[in-house]
Design a protein around this ligand. Structure first.
Ligand code: FEO
Length: 398
């Protein structure tokens, strides 16, 4: 039984939720599932914007048939070739053989790579600012390379002032009935998973996201329609401002992420003591994460949010305790930069984690590592606590 949602009389949402998925891209936990959005424009010509993940393929095809209601499909616009959106392309080619296919040049290379398909005369290669008039609507294509793959383009409907943004402005999580972001409590129910989605999936490509933001700043936009999560139709400046901060690696607000890697609890104790000392100095946004308990995607997301980090870590096999090393490599891999960082190490006979952590931080851009070095030998001493007080002063002043 199909499940299609009308946005306007001529624009239908035909995507679907996957609530059985546990890890997006087989790595990021998605406890509330994922939505794979797809849109059908019913103008004089019919236009499908992207397909979906194979997990929801059958429902999507039923939705498409129902939304077309007996009409032919004239155009398929492919904005992004990652398989969470492109999986149903071969089925669309089979079911609607007359449909022309629009994408960037690299899109057609990837169609060949993924599916071994050469579209020949069905392919319409789009370049920056090319347009397609479908009747009442004129669609303009803007190239958005590396937001999140090199072939990505976004689509601006000049007639209805709607911007179809591919992965940009998406979120982790299924869409719970309400299809517009303004129908949710944005700060508590939407923003954390939108931030975790952006930072982990697209976060590395801040420069390219900034260039897309610059392009769209010249457009009059009434609605943003991403390929994941709810549609945005109110307070668009709020989301664009968040994206601008994330893409420029600017903290959203003052706050401290304390991430600790602790084997038997002694390093954890230092992290807890430091959190309390920071609170005593008036700090409000303090978030403490055990790197063994939290998937790095959550901690990375908080690191994009706040301006100061503390890494407190045991030494393990003369190296950084592995879950902490994974977090640091994720931060480096996502181009995290422009932050103030403190390091606390622990080691019972040859502490090494502090030095190794600083080596990774040195490979990142504009990471200001506080001078104070705290080395715990097994368990905290009175002298260590004094050093923690001094460190708390430095972090609070930073
Ligand atoms: Fe939702 Fe980059 O795919």
């Amino acid at each position: 039984m199909h499940n299609i949602r009308k946005i306007t009389d001529d624009l239908i949402s035909i995507g679907a939720n996957d609530r059985r998925i546990t890890r997006f891209e087989n790595q990021h936990p998605v406890p509330n599932g994922m939505s794979y959005n797809s849109y059908l424009l019913l103008d004089e010509k019919t236009v499908l914007l992207d397909t979906v993940d194979k997990a929801v393929g059958e429902l999507f095809l039923e939705n498409l048939e129902a939304a077309l209601n007996g009409r032919e499909l004239d155009y398929l616009i492919i904005q992004h070739m990652e398989p969470d959106h492109c999986a149903l392309i071969p089925r669309i080619f089979e079911l609607y053989p007359q449909a022309k296919v629009l994408g960037s040049q690299k899109t057609f290379v990837m169609i060949q790579q993924f599916f071994g398909l050469d579209l020949a005369d069905r392919a319409m290669v789009m370049k920056e600012n090319d347009t397609l008039t479908t009747g009442v609507h004129t669609l303009r294509f803007l190239m958005a390379p590396m937001v999140h793959w090199p072939e990505v383009m976004v689509t601006y409907d000049e007639t209805s002032k709607r911007l179809f943004t591919a992965d940009a402005f998406g979120a982790f999580g299924a869409v719970d009935g309400n299809q517009y972001a303004d129908e949710y409590n944005v700060d508590t129910d939407l923003l954390p998973e939108a931030r975790r989605y952006y930072t982990n999936i697209v976060g590395k490509y801040g420069r390219q996201v900034m260039s897309l933001l610059e392009k769209i700043s010249h457009l009059e936009i009434e609605m943003i329609l991403p390929l994941h999560g709810p549609i945005l139709r109110q307070d668009l400046h709020y989301y664009i401002e968040k994206y601008t901060k994330w893409a420029s690696y600017t903290p959203e607000e003052k706050g401290i992420v304390i991430a600790y890697g602790s084997i038997y609890g002694n390093t954890e104790h230092a992290a807890e003591l430091l959190a309390a000392k920071l609170a005593d100095r008036g700090e409000k946004n303090i978030v403490v994460y055990d790197v063994s308990a939290w998937h790095p995607s959550y901690i990375l997301s908080e690191c994009f949010r706040f301006d100061r980090f503390v890494f407190a870590c045991s030494t393990y096999n003369m190296e950084i305790y592995p879950p902490m090393e994974m977090l640091l490599l994720e931060l480096k891999g996502h181009n995290m930069q422009n932050r103030t960082v403190a390091v606390i190490e622990n080691g019972s006979w040859a502490p090494q984690s502090g030095k190794k952590i600083r080596e990774i931080l040195a490979e990142m851009k504009d990471m200001r590592v506080l001078e104070s070095e705290i080395t715990i030998k097994s368990a905290m001493t009175a002298a260590d606590e004094e050093a923690l007080d001094a460190l708390a002063d430095m972090i609070a002043k930073a």
